[in-house]
Ligand binder design. Structure first.
Ligand code: AKB
Length: 324
């Protein structure tokens, strides 16, 4: 009999996705049933006051296991990871955090016979030897960044635990995630968030990739929905496990700037590419997510226009209240 999800541990809960996902999981499963954890950064009042919170180190099995035992955890949502930009500055640490963290989580989940583990992957799994337009879900994975290497290894490791130990492990490949609550930290797609903050605060932004750089992105409400829909899908309906591409919206940096200009006509965007340009150039422009659509019914709700309007509405209100 398949176990039900009852008590969830979220690692990386203070990060960009973790902070909003934890609140959504608390809504669905109950506040005390979703234990948030982070490494060092203080949680927001919303996160800290809405349920249990602990500081842990995912590179230490004991540190994770202590919370698992204390709260009788049966599901781990493993969001803690070092992203692509930071990973290129410190590849060894990226390997340790991403791989030791994932291995610890999988071993604990196996040993405690947990109901489910979710380990996200990324657009960063792609790289050399593949078409960057409409990149297939199942294709050559030859990333050029350490972050991408850890994400490919992570997907393979997760699938190994499904096959070898019968553990229910799932994962989706996130595109760049755009959100108005918690800033992303250290990714290549961070420009697509920073541009909104600077547009509202200063009326201008200097983008660290070229204007013709196109990448798949997704608005946070779609990201939360994709993650929770995959968690809720019947295990038997899944043919893939840890490597679902989930598409949202693909656009160039200039198309994004032009969309913002429709709302803020004086907005100016300059382009000064840095080391992250090479990373962006190695990732798909558009990608195919047929398995996610067919196996668990994935469908995004937001397009470039609706996402931009929503982001600007939220940030403009916060700016007017002096809170940006
Ligand atoms: C990054 O840019 O590193 C992340 C990602 C696409 O996984 N946002």
């Amino acid at each position: 009999m398949k176990k039900e999800i009852q008590k969830i541990l979220v690692t990386g809960a203070v990060g960009q996705i973790g902070s909003e996902l934890t609140l959504a999981l608390r809504e669905k499963y109950g506040s005390d049933n979703v234990v948030a954890t982070g490494r060092k950064t203080e949680p927001s009042p919303a996160l800290r006051d809405s349920g249990p919170f602990y500081f842990i180190d995912v590179m230490s099995r004991e540190s994770v296991e202590e919370v698992v035992k204390k709260h009788d955890i049966d599901t781990i949502v493993h969001m803690a990871a070092l992203l692509s930009g930071v990973g290129e500055k410190n590849p060894e640490l990226c390997w340790k955090v991403n791989m030791d963290g994932t291995m610890n989580v999988l071993n604990i989940a196996r040993d405690y016979e947990m109901a489910q583990v979710l380990v996200p992957s990324s657009i960063a799994v792609f790289g050399k030897g593949v078409s960057l337009d409409n990149t297939p879900n199942d294709t050559v994975l030859k990333p050029t960044t350490m972050y991408g290497v850890t994400k490919v290894c992570g997907e393979l490791l997760c699938d190994y635990y499904v096959d070898k130990f019968g553990l229910d492990v799932r994962g989706l490949r996130y595109p760049g995630i755009i959100s108005a609550e918690t800033l992303p930290g250290g990714g290549t797609t961070d420009y697509a968030v920073a541009i909104f903050y600077d547009a509202v605060k200063y009326g201008k932004y200097t983008c660290f990739v070229r204007e013709d750089t196109m990448l798949p992105m997704m608005y946070m409400p779609d990201c939360i929905k994709a993650t929770m829909d995959l968690m809720a899908a019947p295990f038997d309906s899944l043919k893939h496990h840890s490597d679902f591409t989930v598409d949202g919206i693909s656009f160039t940096a200039k198309e994004l700037a032009d969309e913002i200009k429709k709302h803020l006509p004086h907005f100016e965007c300059a382009y000064e590419p840095d080391f992250r340009q090479a990373i962006a150039d190695s990732w798909p422009n558009t990608w195919d997510d047929t398995p996610a659509r067919e196996e668990w019914g994935w469908k995004p709700a937001y397009d470039l226009a609706s996402m931009t309007k929503d982001m600007l509405d939220i940030l403009s209100k916060r700016h007017a209240a002096g809170k940006l």
